[in-house]
Design a protein around this ligand. Structure first.
Ligand code: OOG
Ligand code: NI
Length: 440
């Protein structure tokens, strides 16, 4: 039997969730609490609860985070995720992030098509170290880091070969699919390989994230994040269960208006057992505390104008409710958020004037606007999540030059298109409007 890329993606997300639950037990608690919260919100709000995605989608929804060391490694990650119908989308530069700079640039692998997102929206935030950035790494450390990274192997050649086949054929036959899922999942497990203590510590003095990436010989899933419909309620429930959360929810304050973009929060996972190789060559048991639990609530995707307003309102959170429009209708009419369109069942009998805009057709009652959910990430939130889960401050010399990186650079280095999120939302909005206008 043939297993298509959509099914591969759903199965992979499930496998990873099982793996992470075994490795980080608090994640299983988080899943339980998320599902309870979602059930309560569905009972409380009825159809409104599903306005930004069906309960089936939201229940299965996860994002993972992984970290790699070089463009070559990122290109391999892209092959694996491509087999699952996930493409690199967005570019995030965390190096000038507040409150703490992180020496990585990132993208997210995700499905880009609405129907694929509805079937399974699994996405993976993927960060790549920038050893060339002199603010963090001097020339000698850059050289040693690159050498270390170029010598390791994150993926078995077989998994890459199967991934290429799945990408070319849109899936794999059952046996190959099973093998691919086994190998791909195992690639993201925490390794039992001893960690070179001196090397890890040297990198950790620069940045905990640099050590997590370049101080070990494998990559691993750093966190796996479920989606909840009421993140304030989840936060309170987790605390009531004795799990210590970070001190706030990243993103806009709780309010009565529409949810926009993303709100996230997290807790630090317990230290996990890890073996170390000491300077004298001896192997000792120790622990490492790098992974965590995160949860998120998603809102409407904002246009660039909406994003500017969001940034202003975030900088002045006490006045959030005065700055942000309090209804979806206003977000739509002021072109601050992205909407899809469908023909209104209650439309007037008379046909609209040809060439009418979405705004005119909505105002005249011919079509209805429905919010498009934000499928991406936020540098501000990402930086907050990174920072809140690091123990050491790290060191940075801001007098040194950074290395220029942007979406085009990333695309070229991995040999693939990196999608621009706003382009995808706009294309979706336009296509749904054209289909609705056509149907009228
Ligand atoms: C990624 C942090 C960013 C998010 O949800 O914004 C992130 C990481 O810790 O590797 O996952
Ligand atoms: Ni995350």
């Amino acid at each position: 039997m043939f297993v298509d890329s959509t099914t591969l993606r759903a199965r992979f997300a499930g496998r990873l969730s099982d793996l992470y639950g075994k490795e980080v037990p608090a994640y299983t608690t988080l899943l339980e609490v998320s599902q309870q919260v979602n059930k309560r919100v569905l009972e409380r709000d009825g159809a409104d609860a599903e306005r930004l995605g069906s309960i089936d989608r939201v229940t299965a929804e996860r994002h993972g985070a992984i970290r790699v060391g070089s463009p070559a490694e990122l290109a391999q990650v892209a092959r694996v995720f491509s087999a699952l119908g996930m493409s690199p989308t967005g570019f995030y530069d965390l190096r000038d992030a507040h409150p703490r700079p992180i020496p990585v640039v990132s993208t997210a692998f995700r499905p880009t098509d609405r129907t694929e997102l509805a079937k399974n929206p699994f996405r993976v935030f993927t960060s790549m170290l920038v050893p060339e950035d002199r603010r963090f790494f001097d020339a000698d450390l850059e050289r040693r880091l690159k050498q270390f990274i170029s010598r390791r192997r994150l993926f078995d050649p077989e998994v890459l070969e199967l991934a290429d086949r799945a990408e070319a054929d849109g899936g794999l036959q059952a046996d190959a699919a099973g093998r691919f899922l086994d190998l791909a999942t195992a690639s993201f497990a925490l390794s039992g390989e001893p960690v070179d203590r001196a090397w890890y510590d040297e990198l950790e003095r620069v940045s905990g994230v640099a050590a997590d990436i370049g101080g070990v010989t494998t990559t691993h899933i750093n966190h796996l994040t479920p989606r909840v419909l009421d993140i304030d309620e989840l936060y309170a429930d987790m605390q009531a269960r004795g799990i210590e959360m970070i001190d706030k929810i990243q993103g806009p304050p709780r309010w009565d208006g529409p949810d926009v973009l993303l709100r996230q929060t997290s807790f630090r996972a317990l230290a996990e057992p890890r073996r170390y190789r000491e300077a004298d060559g001896s192997i000792v048991d120790g622990t490492m505390r790098v992974r965590f639990g995160e949860v998120e609530a998603r809102g409407i995707a904002l246009t660039p104008a909406g994003r500017d307003l969001y940034d202003k309102a975030m900088a002045d959170q006490d006045h959030w409710a005065e700055l942000m429009p309090g209804s979806e209708q206003e977000l739509h009419d002021q072109r601050l958020a992205y909407f899809g369109y469908r023909v209104s069942p209650a439309r007037p009998a008379a046909a609209p004037v040809p060439g009418a805009t979405p705004y005119e057709l909505v105002a005249g009652g011919w079509i209805v606007a429905e919010p498009i959910v934000y499928e991406d990430f936020l540098p501000r939130s990402a930086a907050g999540i990174f920072a809140s889960n690091l123990s050491e401050a790290g060191t940075m010399d801001s007098d040194q030059g950074g290395a220029e990186r942007d979406l085009g650079w990333l695309a070229e280095r991995i040999g693939r298109t990196v999608h621009v999120p706003e382009d995808l939302y706009l294309a979706e909005s336009t296509a749904s409007f054209e289909a609705a206008a056509e149907a009228l």
